[in-house]
Every structure is written in C-alpha cells, then in structure tokens.
Design a protein around this ligand. Sequence first.
Ligand code: HEC
Length: 150
Amino acid sequence: MTPANILRATLAAGLLVAFALPSAVAPAAAQAVQGGDTGGGVVRVAKPVTGAQVYQSVCQACHMQDGKGGSGAGTIPALASNPRLAGAAYPIMVVSKGKGAMPSFTDLLSDAQMANVITYVRTNFGNSYAKPVSEAEVARIAHPPAAARD
Ligand code: HEC
C-alpha cells in the first residue's frame, strides 16, 4: 500500500469508525461524526478533537504508533526524538502544506486540530518542546493573506 492509499483507507474507515466508537472520548467524537462532511471523499472533522485523537486517526498510519516512522513503500521519518520539531514553524509548514509523500492536511483538519496534533507530537515520543502551538500560529502559515501567496 502506498502512503497515499493508506491515508485514504484511514480516512474512509478508521477516522469515522474511531470517532463513532462509544468510549471515554465519545462526546467530542460523536459530535465530530455528526459534523463530518463526507462529500467529495474528503472527511472534514468539524469539531475540535485532541491532538492524540488526531494523531491516532490520521498520522499514525504512516508515522506509526510509537512515532518512529518506518520504511516500506517509502520512507516515513521518525517524529520521535526529532530535533526538527524544536521550532513550531517547520512542523506547521509540513502538516499544513504537505512535503514530499506527505499530503497537506489543511483541507482535512481545522487549524485547531492541526495545532493540537503538532503540540501533541512536540510533547510526546521523547520530544519535550513544551510551548503549545496555537491555532493562530497555524492559521498564519496555512492561510496566508492573498498578497503573500504568489
Ligand atoms: C501518508 C503518510 C503520512 C501521513 C498520514 C502523515 N505523514 Fe508526516 N510525513 C510523511 C512523509 C513521507 C514525510 C517525509 C516528507 C519529506 O521530507 O519528503 C513526513 C514528514 C513529516 C514531518 C517532518 C519530519 C522531519 O523530520 O522532517 C512532520 C513533522 C510530520 N510528517 C508530521 C505529521 C503529522 C503531525 C501527521 C498527522 C496530521 C502526519 N505527519 C501524517 C508521511 C505522512
């Protein structure tokens, strides 16, 4: 399976199933499903969910449960103990714009969800970059003013 196919499979099955599960995370998750839009094959999760939930639903398929990445169809870099996560701008750029075989998540996740999951990976898997990433920081990079786009 290519990374892109893994992502599609995750979105088609995992995301909705994971969020539909009645569990400790049910209230936010159930709302996410109700607010979800499956039109055009894009699953947009409307409500904020935690960084851990986003990681497990979306990022883990490629970067693995332990954040150590792997090599199969392509090489997936480790997020674990990764000094490139020290600054917030780089991971925001990669997640919002995509890089190489990694897709852009701007159309899939809200700015708050991107902020939450980036904060999550920067404070887990052996990383301890404590300062949370804010929704505003993500917005500045994910949705630059029209004049700055060209
Ligand atoms: C479809 C597979 C896939 C998914 C899903 C995915 N990534 Fe990636 N990710 C990659 C690949 C491949 C790269 C390497 C890109 C490159 O450098 O060319 C990467 C690179 C990164 C990097 C940069 C690492 C470095 O050392 O340069 C970060 C940060 C990152 N991903 C975070 C995330 C987060 C957070 C998510 C979930 C929102 C996510 N990724 C989902 C495949 C994926």
